[in-house]
Each structure stands twice: as C-alpha cells, then as structure tokens.
Design a protein around this ligand. Sequence first.
Ligand code: FMN
Length: 143
Amino acid sequence: MNTSELKLCRLVYFSSACAHLTDNDVDAILDEAIPRNGKCGITGLLAYDAFHFMQVLEGDEEAVNKLYMGIAADPRHHDVRLILYQRIEERRFDEWSMALAKLPDVPGKYIDKLYGGFKPQLFSPEDAIKYFDMLRHYLQRAA
Ligand SMILES: Cc1cc2nc3c(=O)[nH]c(=O)nc-3n(C[C@H](O)[C@H](O)[C@H](O)COP(=O)(O)O)c2cc1C
C-alpha cells in the first residue's frame, strides 16, 4: 500500500443486517468490495455475525467518505451507526483490501474477550479497535 498519502483516515461503523441476507449474499459483498477498494486504496476488515456488521475502513479521506456514503445507503443492512472517525498517520489494518470474518467461524477464545461476544452496539471506539485487532490476529493465523 502507498504510505505517502497525506489525508489518511480510519472509519468504523456497525449496522444491522437485513433479515433475509444469506451467507452467499455476504460473500458477494466481499467479492464486490475487494476490487473496488483495491482501486481506490482502501483497506480494512468486515465482521459479520448474522445480525450485525461491523467494518473498519482505512484510506484517503475522500475515498473513505465517498464509500461510507454508499455503504450507509445500501439496502442490505440498516441502522448504520458510526463508532469512530479519525485522521491517522499510519494504517493499522493494511493487509487486506477487505477481509471478512464470519463470527460463527471465529473460535470463542478470540471473540469472547469483550463483553462475552460480538456486541458492537456496546463498543466504544477503543473496544472496536481491540476487536478488529483480535480478528486481524485470527485471520492472519487462519491464512
Ligand atoms: C456491510 C457492507 C459492507 C460493504 N463494504 C464495501 C466495501 O468495503 N467496498 C465497496 O466497494 N463496497 C462495499 N459495500 C457495497 C456498497 O454498499 C455498494 O454496493 C458498492 O460500493 C457499489 O456502490 P455504487 O453502486 O453506488 O457504486 C458494502 C455493503 C455492505 C452492505
């Protein structure tokens, strides 16, 4: 990834998945996201547990803002709530244009450390970053 960008930012949100969304629909979101994010230099992680999404996006501020506007209007989820938005000097989640962690697949030792599970509605900005750190660790080991 290009580290010479001037206006890097990090955005984290969570949302409620549409009731009829299937695992294949979620895979399709990722298939769509990877090449698009690659083109505009966005990196991040998407967590999904059949009820909620939580996503971290990092990249150029304009690109992240534009993508977030599109994501917030996407009918595949609703009640999109911003958890964190900050300017950053360096990316923390730069390994993937977008990675997906389906939480039923993630062992409890990773996901139970905060609030006994995945409860993004209770997460502070710091909790959300801790959670993504755990998922990144899990995904790296699972690769
Ligand atoms: C939970 C969720 C996460 C998404 N993440 C991304 C993403 O990281 N990158 C992306 O390009 N699209 C993502 N999308 C899809 C976008 O909402 C949108 O469909 C896509 O950017 C195409 O938008 P457009 O048709 O307005 O160009 C996501 C959708 C959902 C529901």
